[in-house]
Write a protein that binds this ligand. Structure first.
Ligand code: AMP
Ligand code: MG
Length: 480
């Protein structure tokens, strides 16, 4: 690996150096060799993946560290948080000369663990491993993972569960909550920290008249795009606290997330979120709220002579959020529908389709597949309100009448996955893995690597549809 020292060059108040605490009796989970190659792991490093992914082998070139940050959790100021169970174990240059963080999750207690045990359970490690992989393959900006290990060590959650470690890769672990921590506890660091964020992640902003405003604009745009991508593939993050969103707008910290199956905009995967703050349909506005909190933390950087103007400019940046979100979402939804985005009725027709899915409780992913393959009868047969469906279909055909159908079909193929990670798929893989059988993790890993292509030899019927309505859904909580 080609190590880079970025984070450790910052003020030492921002992190705590410590080594991972390995688990007892490590068990090989899964290794993403293609990603390791992308990250320029040598053959020797690849051969040692299990030692690396279980905290037994560290690198002389990088001293592991836990970051401190703060955050708003479920809308409330939560004070100091930080890496309570994960360590940044390396920053490396990948094949494209991009700097990537390697973060070992479940590596033991840190000064920021609060009441936690510093560990992660195998269940949540597998869920994060597969989801990051799935989102990357779908083309959604996201962290990923090089591999994970399991162990014979059991830890207490709602039940006793095997402890595990995940080696996550991400373009940044700098969270919106980093800025909140700095303002609250070490405001003298804000300017230098922000300048580093800009230089590392948005260097082109350095040439702008105000690099800070340009940076704010970029973070807002990237976040809006990421959330539009989530909405389009039916992904609900589940815990959109300010400490779980990073400044590069790539998905981070998978907890009680879910890929939506039957289309329920007010769906909530996380049974710990009783208020329903982080439902699927709330994500765009929660993104806006989080960014607003974050922008407040840039205010101390206003030039002394132009505070009011700076504030107005930040508000202007935030106003760009909605437009950015809608642009990506509308374009993406029209592509999924196979409708031209320049036609004045396309978006309206797409929303009509979504209302049908909602009213009829149809599977989001499967319904777009049916539309793409022109299986209109199959769609219609699942509807009770046939008049509404027929009117929709008539409008749909009208808009498509004089369009290039081949081009629109290609667009649909590129935007409608066949495979998403349904909760019950992950659950089956987890249950096998808990018996030290990782074959189902491997099957899903391969299947989800190419979500837009049919893979008949790998696929199972249950990958394509939700559980029957009378079967209990897999329950997912914050405990991980
Ligand atoms: P999360 O909801 O997983 O993003 O975690 C929120 C905060 O709690 C972060 O600061 C985590 O590091 C910390 N945390 C979560 N689980 C544990 C644990 N088992 N041990 C220590 N800290 C934890
Ligand atoms: Mg977190």
């Amino acid at each position: 690996m080609q190590f880079i020292q970025r984070y450790p060059t910052l003020d030492s108040q921002l992190y705590h150096h410590q080594a991972p605490q390995p688990l007892t009796q490590t068990i090989a989970g899964h290794f993403n060799q293609a990603l390791a190659e992308q990250l320029q792991w040598t053959e020797q490093e690849q051969a040692q993946w299990l030692d690396i992914c279980s905290g037994q082998r560290c690198f002389d070139e990088f001293r592991p560290l836990a970051m401190v940050y703060a955050g708003h959790q479920f809308g409330q100021w939560a004070g100091q948080l930080g890496d309570g169970r994960g360590l940044l174990i390396a920053q490396v240059q990948d094949k494209n000369a991009q700097v990537i963080d390697l973060h070992l999750k479940g590596a033991g207690k840190t000064p920021y663990s609060r009441m936690g045990d510093g560990r992660a359970v195998l269940r949540s490690v597998i869920r994060e491993y597969l989801a990051g992989h799935a989102l990357n393959a779908l083309g959604v900006a996201s962290s990923n993972a090089v591999g994970f290990s399991s162990s014979t060590q059991m830890i207490q959650r709602e039940h006793l569960e095997p402890a595990a470690m995940l080696l996550r890769s991400a373009d940044s672990h700098i969270r919106l909550g980093h800025f909140e921590w700095i303002n609250q506890y070490a405001p003298e660091l804000l300017k230098d920290f922000t300048e580093h964020c800009i230089a590392w992640h948005y260097p082109h902003c350095l040439a702008a008249p105000s690099p800070i405003l340009a940076f704010a604009h970029e973070v807002i745009q990237a976040t809006a795009k990421m959330i539009a991508q989530w909405q389009l593939c039916g992904f609900a993050h589940g815990v959109m606290n300010t400490d779980n969103l990073n400044i590069t707008g790539s998905t981070l910290d998978f907890g009680p997330y879910g890929f939506m199956e039957r289309f329920r905009p007010n769906w909530i995967n996380n049974h710990s979120d009783q208020q329903g703050r982080y439902t699927y349909q709330q994500q765009p506005s929660i993104g806006h709220w989080n960014l607003w909190i974050w922008l407040n933390n840039l205010m101390p950087l206003a030039p002394a002579a132009a505070k009011e103007q700076f504030k107005t400019q930040l508000v202007d940046c935030l106003e760009g959020y909605e437009t950015a979100f809608l642009t990506h979402y509308q374009q993406g939804l029209c592509a999924k529908m196979g409708l031209p985005d320049f036609h004045k009725d396309s978006f309206d027709c797409a929303l009509r389709f979504l209302r049908i899915l909602q009213a009829e409780q149809l599977d989001y992913t499967q319904s777009f597949q049916r539309l793409q393959h022109q299986h209109y009868t199959a769609l219609r047969d699942d509807c009770l309100d046939l008049r509404e469906f027929d009117e929709f279909l008539q409008q749909y055909h009208q808009i498509r009448e004089y369009q290039d159908h081949d081009a629109l079909t290609r667009l649909m193929q590129q935007n409608n996955p066949i495979y998403i990670l349904r909760n019950h798929m992950a659950q089956t893989a987890i249950e096998k893995a808990e018996q030290n059988d990782f074959s189902e993790v491997d099957r899903l890993f391969q299947l989800l690597a190419q979500p837009y292509s049919r893979q008949s030899s790998l696929e199972r019927p249950e990958d394509l549809a939700p559980l029957p309505a009378d079967q209990a859904a897999v329950s997912v909580s914050c405990s991980s």
